[in-house]
Design a protein around this ligand. Sequence first.
Ligand code: NAG
Ligand code: ZN
Length: 260
Amino acid sequence: MVNQRRHISGAVYVLLLTAPVLWGLVSQTCNGRSQSPVNIVTSKVLPDERLTPFHFTGYKETFYGSLINTGHSVQLNLPSSIQIKGGNLDDEYKAIQFHLHWGKDGGRGSEHTIDGEKFPMEMHIVHIKEGYDSLAEASKDSTGVAVLGFFFQVLGKHNFKKMSNIQYKFDNTNTKPYFRYNGSLTTPDCAEAVVWTLFESTIPLSRNQLAAFNQLRFYDGQKMVNNYRPVQPLNGRQVYYSSGQLALVSSLLLVVNVSH
Ligand SMILES: *[C@@H]1O[C@H](CO)[C@@H](O)[C@H](O)[C@H]1NC(C)=O
Ligand SMILES: [Zn+2]
């Protein structure tokens, strides 16, 4: 009897976590006025010349690690030697993890949208201010967390192997245009502590890579698909754009090895 009840409340909790409309019940913060993701209306963004290129430290290395199935995404924990500064961030930020959001059967699953367009997949590289030790601690500071978001676009066919191995590579300056706004984490507790940076140019992904994500499962055994939160109202927030930069010195290259 006791076991059964425990089992049921576990199932309810999983349901709450996997149903974004109900997140307000889990955490009041998810009902706040500066939530993420949002739809970016490009005709309404304001150019801001303070949005200078980022400087990446440690991004140039190639890391191999295991993807962790967190029950709502796949995540790779990152060493704190990976850091970003510049881009009008008020401090240096260190990486803690990255994870992905995707759709179903190759459908569209990004969290942010651009002029209403959803992309097949979106990657979030989560950083916290240099002085903090955890995401929980950084979440109490309204600019404690900096997330870099990248959209993926399906292009061509490549052969990629091994879900468990991931390889990624960045050049250490990236002058590609990006959008900036203040928002929240997109999973509970939805803390309004995130300086969001969304790069405009997309990263190519093969159909096979995207299909591999359909193999993943939530904790309740359901296929892990559509693990994105729907867009939230801007409530008067302004989105800025890093226009006026010198065009691309270098490009970002990311290779995610998926499928098994
Ligand atoms: C974000 O919030 C901080 C702190 O309130 C503020 O200084 C900054 O201008 C805001 N940035 C954007 C893009 O609105
Ligand atoms: Zn995310």
